[in-house]
Design a protein around this ligand. Structure first.
Ligand code: PLP
Length: 662
């Protein structure tokens, strides 16, 4: 198995070896409670203050407070609570009529959620107002100027986690000058990447998370400007000068201290110049591998450690899958589900077209990144590009082996169906969606397929044939007309002129609308839309099937026991062909899996459903999402012994080798 290349540094980072050592030392040797007055406590206290001193120097906190806490989310709560308590006090004194809580439109969710929460808890009735950003992701300063007279608190970030867009803190500060509003800056993505001298700014609150810069999770810091209002979030033992009670996380603070030491002394972390060079190399390999790729934020005003991009015709999920197959961890710029991509609110706020905000991918690394990682990433990006080209998913002609059957392409919950006959190189398209136009053209071109017909179930258009039957190799496609121009197409073979339908493409016609005798309970009904995440249905299907009884999910460590108890069970790999092509050298096999990509599962279903003896089918994929869908689909169709591997390949303990389906 190839080594993992981790390019999701904006989500979290590994822990610096020196930080691991420092944490271990703190636990082994400096285990005293820093509040104790004996020697053990004093040693711990000295460590605590040394780390604070270092952080204060690096962040230029001057005479402001700097407290340790569990991370930025806690820091945000504390800052928001402090600011809102101040509003309440000023209101009580009759001093303020400010009514707005202003936050950048691209802020991390923790900010608007905290504003809404504390506004509700304190019953202040303030209005949350988004501060728009420009196309480059930077705040609209004119809009801020207009909102400022009514603002009680302004929340902006120093750098964005999805795009790496660097805020114009100087420009924001100039606008904020003289305003009554308090100013909170989320510094999470800036720590170690941008120079900050907080005490020389107008910033009232700034928060940081250690785990975004090689310290462990659960460590963080909050800066509060000298004189800025402050209300502790956690009270009790009076630690951190009463600003944040609770015995300090000394192992975490020691580790954070080691990271700050590395940052202060230089050497361990890459220079800005080197990081820009790394970004150029990755960007060049992405452009070469993925023609048409667009970067979603201009490099001139983004951190060199974050690349956010979209590729026409490819979903973020598909890109994530292929990168993951190449053992390269990146992140979807937006929260996606397999069928329905939720557009990224950050990219939407920047005014990017829907396809870019729905399909964005983020590749991010930290300043500790080394040359080998960048070189490896470039090589694997090229391999992913080749795999996608071979599958016809990006342009470039690499003929692939023709395959026949039913291919299902899904976008926004709607299905396009391709009926392929390899022998005659014929293809029929049902309910085409424009999203797939270029992909279908490339795929069919590369494999030498010819389109015989493009049909729609909604209005019956596309049928140019005399009569109601069309030959597709050895199979027959039969047209059935319904009311309002709707049409259903049956695909199957004929014996003595009688059609036995394996598949029926029913559009939005309900199974109960089909005349009796037209299809059997073994006919797979292929709708135009996905309902309840189910790919297809049959006359006897039960979409409400209880997928928990008997348990559908198999934990990876229970697989060996399962296969020992069910020697006839078949392991089915539902990953797509391009994911296999993106894998490096295959791992030595502990078990052989059959490849039935999810996009071709519906084509295979009639064979499985016809079996009298139902062997257990165990589906797996990269993350467990698609395999769960496959197992759930089979169960809903009455195929009881269908299972899936929770957590997918990522957690599968035993290496598997996948072979093409017979
Ligand atoms: N703010 C930004 C910009 C972030 O990227 C994150 C984490 O993703 C947070 C806040 C929340 O940080 P944490 O989960 O460490 O509290």
């Amino acid at each position: 198995m190839e080594n993992e290349i981790y390019l999701d540094g904006n989500a979290t980072t590994c822990v610096l070896p020196e930080a691991v050592h420092a944490a271990a030392q703190a636990m082994r040797k400096l285990y005293g409670n820093p509040s104790s007055s004996h020697a053990a406590g004093l040693k711990a206290k000295a460590l605590l203050e040394a780390v604070r001193g270092r952080a204060a120097r690096l962040l230029g906190t001057g005479d402001g407070r700097l407290m340790f806490n569990s991370g930025a989310t806690e820091g945000i709560q504390t800052a928001v609570l402090s600011a809102l308590c101040a509003v309440r006090e000023r209101r009580a004194r009759g001093e303020t009529a400010a009514s707005l809580l202003v936050y950048g439109a691209t802020e991390h969710k923790a900010v608007p959620e905290s504003l809404a929460h504390w506004n509700r808890v304190l019953a202040l009735g303030l209005t949350l107002k988004k501060l728009p950003v420009q196309a480059d992701g930077r705040h609209d300063l004119d809009a801020l100027r207009a909102l400022l007279p009514d603002a009680a608190l302004v929340c902006t970030m120093a750098a964005n986690n999805e795009t790496g867009a660097i805020s114009d803190l100087q420009g924001l500060g100039a606008v904020m000058e003289g305003a009554q509003a308090l100013w909170m800056v989320d510094g999470v993505q800036a720590l170690g990447k941008l120079d900050l001298t907080l005490s020389q700014t107008r910033i009232d609150y700034a928060m940081f998370s250690g785990h975004k810069l090689y310290a462990p999770k659960g460590t963080g810091m909050l800066y509060v400007r000298a004189g800025a209002p402050f209300t502790p979030l956690v009270v009790g033992g009076g630690q951190e000068c009463g600003d944040r009670s609770g015995t300090e996380n000394m192992a975490g603070i020691a580790a954070l201290g080691a990271v700050l030491e590395a940052l202060e002394s230089g050497g361990a972390f890459r220079s800005r110049h080197e990081l820009h060079g790394f970004r150029e190399r990755i960007a060049a390999s992405l452009r070469r591998a993925l023609p048409g790729l667009v970067f979603n934020a201009p490099f001139a005003t983004t951190l060199p450690t974050t690349l956010n991009f979209s590729v026409p015709g490819l979903s973020g999920r598909e890109l994530l899958d292929v990168f993951d197959a190449a053992n390269m961890r990146v992140s979807a710029g937006s929260a996606c589900s397999a069928a329905r991509a939720a557009p990224s609110p950050v990219l939407q706020a920047m005014g990017l077209p829907g396809w870019r905000s729905a399909n964005a991918v983020r590749l991010s690394f930290g300043p500790l990144v080394d040359e080998a990682t960048i070189a490896g990433a470039c090589e694997r990006i090229a391999r992913c590009g080749d795999a996608l080209r071979r599958a016809g998913m990006v342009c470039g002609h690499v003929p692939a082996l023709p395959q026949d059957g039913v291919l299902q392409l899904t976008a926004n919950g709607a299905h396009t169906w391709l009926l392929l006959d390899a022998a005659s190189r014929g293809c029929v398209v049902i309910d085409p969606q424009p999203e797939f136009d270029t992909r279908m053209d490339r795929l069919l071109d590369a494999e030498g397929f010819r389109i015989n017909a493009v049909l729609r179930t909604g209005d019956g258009t596309g049928w140019t044939q005399d009569g109601n039957r069309l030959a597709l190799g050895s199979q027959v496609l039969q047209r059935l007309r319904f009311d309002n121009g709707r049409v259903c197409y049956l695909l199957g073979s004929t014996i003595g002129g009688e059609l036995t339908a394996r598949h029926a493409f029913i559009g939005d016609i309900g199974p109960d609308e089909l005349p009796a005798g037209i299809v059997t309970s073994a006919t797979v009904l292929c709708p135009a839309r996905e309902t309840q995440g189910i790919l297809c249905t049959t006359l006897d299907a039960n979409p409400e099937v209880d997928t928990a009884a008997p348990a559908m999910n198999l934990e990876s460590d229970a697989l060996e026991t399962f296969f020992a108890a069910h020697p006839d069970a078949v392991l089915v790999d539902v990953r797509e062909a391009y994911e296999h092509a993106a894998c490096g050298s295959p791992a030595p096999a502990a078990r052989v899996a059959v490849s039935v990509p999810l996009s071709r599962l519906v084509g295979r279903l009639p064979d499985w459903l016809r079996q009298r003896e139902r062997m257990p089918l165990v589906f797996f994929c990269r993350s467990g999402n698609r395999s769960a869908k496959a197992a759930q689909c089979l169960r809903s169709l009455g195929y009881g012994p269908s299972f899936h591997v929770s957590g997918g390949m990522a957690l599968a303990a035993s290496a598997v080798r996948t072979v093409a389906a017979p």
